[in-house]
Design a protein around this ligand. Structure first.
Ligand SMILES: C[S@@+](CC[C@H](N)C(=O)[O-])C[C@H]1O[C@@H](n2cnc3c(N)ncnc32)[C@H](O)[C@@H]1O
Length: 350
């Protein structure tokens, strides 16, 4: 049996819309292998009926999602991220909050799979805190796959999954569990909570110091990635850090509210702490906007070009933002070129 182009499109749109999982046309065979046995098992006569059953029955939905998601993960995957977490984020944060502020650290591993990433974060936090008294860590791992969450709660891992762990950390935080592998010790398990959660659904109202969402949004459509990145931004405290995997780029360009920082050979994203004053220049026509951009490039000014709500249909969809500190110089060069912005506003941006 095969999926016709129409049923493939119907299924692809359903999976993308409900769960964020986006399958290109090249993945049709993968989908056929995973979905057709299901359709047969549920005795569905067509895709409409299959989709209706998946929506109605949580067990079938769970089984389907387990079959479609890739849960591959391991401890300290991309180790430099954990060096950055410890040295550049946790240690300064602990120093600052020792002096003032709540002695709490909150981290979310979104798309945690079986928990290897979440426990790696917990171990890193534990190592950074050492024996400092009175500190609390709230570390959440969440995943759409019920099977993955079940394994995460079991907290037993194979030597292959633990391959990157040093013998010291192995001894400190794991004990052998028969032939199955190694179990995470209670002191680390108690720092972590796992939740089954579809990232596309509403999230509990809470904020984190750090969010990891690595190798998870790669399956999502561009628009879904952008919306999610904005939601991650909202779920961070000011100054909070967002980690995505080294091969992923952020799709939400929004108000440039994430600062892209290059540390220890990696890019991480930080939510700006304070708003900064900018001047926004609107132009009457796209030609004027283009002229302004050329002038700024010619004079080597740093600027940002961002979407704005249009006041009239012919107005350019973008405006230029310049740091307030450069306003005088920018206006001089605009005036010399006899270029006039149609409107100028001061704005404070994150
Ligand atoms: C390859 S694993 C990544 C695990 C870990 N973050 C890492 O980098 O090693 C991707 C995980 O994303 C989860 N996932 C996919 N779509 C999701 C969604 N809509 N909501 C929550 N989790 C999702 C999958 O179930 C899978 O466990």
């Amino acid at each position: 049996m095969k999926l016709s182009p129409n049923t493939f499109a119907q299924l692809r749109d359903f999976l993308s819309h409900e769960y964020g999982l986006f399958f290109e046309a090249s993945k049709v065979t993968f989908l056929e292998n995973r979905i057709l046995p299901f359709i047969e098992k549920l005795n569905c006569i067509d895709m409409n009926q299959f989709i209706a059953k998946i929506k109605e029955f949580p067990d079938q939905r769970r089984e389907l999602l387990d079959a479609l998601t890739t849960n591959e993960t391991w401890f300290f995957r991309h180790p430099r991220h954990f060096d950055i977490l410890r040295e550049e984020i946790l240690l300064p944060l602990i120093r600052a909050r020792q002096k003032a502020g709540p002695r709490e650290i909150s981290i979310w591993s979104a798309g945690s799979s079986i928990g290897a990433e979440t426990f790696s974060i917990a171990i890193t936090v534990r190592e950074a805190l050492l024996d400092l008294p009175g500190w609390e860590a709230r570390i959440i791992g969440s995943d759409i796959s019920a099977e993955a969450i079940q394994r995460a709660n079991k907290a037993v891992f194979s030597s292959k999954e633990l391959n990157l762990l040093s013998p010291i950390l192995m001894n400190r935080y794991f004990f052998p569990q028969s032939a199955e592998g190694f179990k995470v010790k209670p002191e680390i398990r108690s720092m972590v909570a796992f939740e089954r959660m579809n990232l596309l659904d509403p999230w509990p109202n809470r904020v984190f110091d750090v969010i990891f969402c690595r190798n998870t949004m790669i399956y999502f459509h561009e628009g879904t990635k952008a919306t999610l990145t904005e939601r991650f931004f909202q779920a961070l405290v000011p100054g909070g850090t967002f980690f995505t995997s080294a091969t992923e780029t952020l799709h939400w360009k929004g108000e440039n509210a994430f600062e892209k920082i290059f540390i220890r050979g990696e890019y991480v994203y930080r939510k700006r702490t304070h708003g900064r004053p900018f001047v926004l220049y609107r132009f009457r026509t796209p030609a004027d906007l283009l002229r302004a951009l050329n002038i700024l490039v010619k004079h080597n000014f740093e600027y940002q070009l961002l979407n704005i709500p249009q006041e009239s249909p012919n107005q350019p969809r973008k405006a230029i933002f310049i740091a307030k500190a450069f306003q005088k110089k920018v206006e001089e060069v605009f005036a010399n070129a006899a270029l006039k912005a149609s409107r100028r506003e001061e704005v404070i941006r994150q």
